[in-house]
Design a protein around this ligand. Structure first.
Ligand code: HEM
Length: 409
């Protein structure tokens, strides 16, 4: 199943495509394979966590891991997110309809702004619209490699957006956190938010980060948290609507069984990895356990689409959406869609919760923010709009929905 493309090319120009679960996991764990998925997106992605390697990556991740902890996730999932989700969807429930693509990004922006540490002091719809436009620009920056627009022009537009966003949103968010940290250090009883920006500022002595690196890191967390979760949100609702058409007996579970909804999220993420491929560059010759040799300088493409649909692991219906499937031990229900090894998604549990076990107690389980949001949508009566079918996005070569109108209530 493994193809070595352009066999006759010089080693540094070779591309090795990995399409088995074992090879993919092995490659993700190799210290000599360096991130290279975002090489064209450096306007936003230069020096951000997912692009670092070795000691630089370890020390940044160690600091940021302090925020990505169970007790912090519990606070977000139980106390903060449900109210934000309710407030975000309320006007659409009142209107009886919404475009899920826009709602997904608006909702996940609200949640990602909390976790990244971007304040909106005015609290107005206009202010959120402006932050939304910046975030969409950062998403375009990170995924520039797949853009169908003029990339040089887009790079300039996105660099300007970063400058403007910094002046309007980031600088005041930094100032507020610095003030809170100083007051906390002076013994005052203040609550410093548990977010990425505050974590970076709190541990500034451990990491020397230039202001423009902090700026890109927070922009990256905003886009990484929002974009992946927003696309999973829309796709999960699409899959669940399709599943309910075939299995009407599960319609109630989408509303009142969060364990079922979480399995739907995991199944959605398995079938639709946020990027269909992982990409690495070999810093040294690497031999995988299966015997595949990767020459120094070669590009490694991890075909997540193939790995996650492997019939030997997921069964004969691996390409289908089936939240009721059983899995072999050692295989996560979302396959390798959160990657593995050093860059394994730091937001995995926050987004999709903890993997269920036979003895999972729903009372204390973490379900993840996408599960919570999707369940809230079904509780709000989400169903297809027969007069407005969904459309694919034409502005990117990737399979995103461009619009997905639904009726509510
Ligand atoms: C369904 C939702 C999500 C999916 C499918 C997803 C997927 C991924 C994948 C595949 C990677 C590894 C990329 C690579 O190695 O090339 C990754 C890394 C990362 N993700 Fe996520 N992600 C999701 C949600 C989130 C959320 C909610 C956050 C933030 C709150 C987040 C923050 C990050 C960060 C910071 C990294 C880099 C980690 C590192 O390099 O050490 N992700 N994610």
């Amino acid at each position: 199943m493994t193809a070595v493309a352009a066999e006759e090319a010089a080693p540094e120009h070779r591309t090795v495509v990995l399409s088995t679960f074992a090879d993919a996991k092995d490659a993700y764990r190799s210290k000599d394979l360096r991130q290279s998925l975002y090489d064209e997106g450096e306007v936003v992605m230069a020096d951000v966590l997912v692009n670092l390697h070795g000691e630089e990556h370890r020390s940044r991740r160690r600091v940021e891991n302090r925020m990505f902890r169970r007790e912090v996730f519990e606070r977000y999932e139980r106390d903060l997110f449900p109210a934000v989700t309710d407030a975000t969807i309320a006007p659409y429930v009142a209107a009886g309809r919404v475009d899920l693509v826009h709602l997904g990004h608006e909702l996940m922006l609200n949640l990602a702004a909390l976790t990244a540490g971007v304040d909106r002091p005015e609290g107005t719809a206009e202010e959120t619209e402006r932050l939304y436009a910046y975030m969409m620009s950062f998403i375009e920056g990170a995924t520039l490699a797949h853009s169908t627009k003029d990339k040089a022009v887009q790079r300039g537009v996105i660099a300007q957006a970063l400058d403007d966003w910094d002046a309007e949103f980031l600088a005041p968010s930094i100032a507020r956190r610095r003030d809170l940290l100083a007051r906390e250090a002076a013994g005052e009883d203040v609550e410093v938010p548990r977010d990425v920006l505050a974590t970076l500022l709190r541990h500034a002595d451990e990491l020397t980060l230039a202001p423009e690196v902090i700026r890109r890191e927070v922009a990256f967390f905003l886009l990484a948290g929002a974009h992946t979760s927003a696309t999973a949100f829309v796709r999960a609702i699409d899959h669940i609507l399709g599943w309910i058409d075939e299995h009407p007996e599960d319609a109630a579970a989408a509303v009142d069984d969060p364990l079922f909804v979480q399995r739907c999220i995991h199944e959605t993420v398995r079938l639709n990895p946020s990027s269909p491929t992982g990409r690495r560059r070999a810093l040294a010759p690497v031999s995988l356990r299966s015997g595949i040799d990767i020459p120094e300088g070669a590009t490694v493409v991890i075909d997540l689409q193939a790995v996650n649909r492997d019939v030997t692991l997921f069964g004969a219906d691996a390409a289908d959406f089936n939240p009721r499937r059983t899995l072999p031990p050692g295989v996560a229900p979302f396959g390798l869609s959160f990657a593995a090894g050093m860059h394994v998604c730091i937001g995995q549990d926050l987004a999709a919760g903890v993997v269920q076990r036979a003895d999972t107690d729903p009372g204390s389980h973490l379900f993840g923010l996408v599960t919570g949001a999707v369940q809230q949508m079904f509780a709000a009566g989400t169903r297809r709009d027969p007069d407005n079918p969904p459309r694919r996005d034409a502005a990117t070569a990737r399979p995103y929905w461009g619009s997905y109108p639904v009726l509510l209530g």
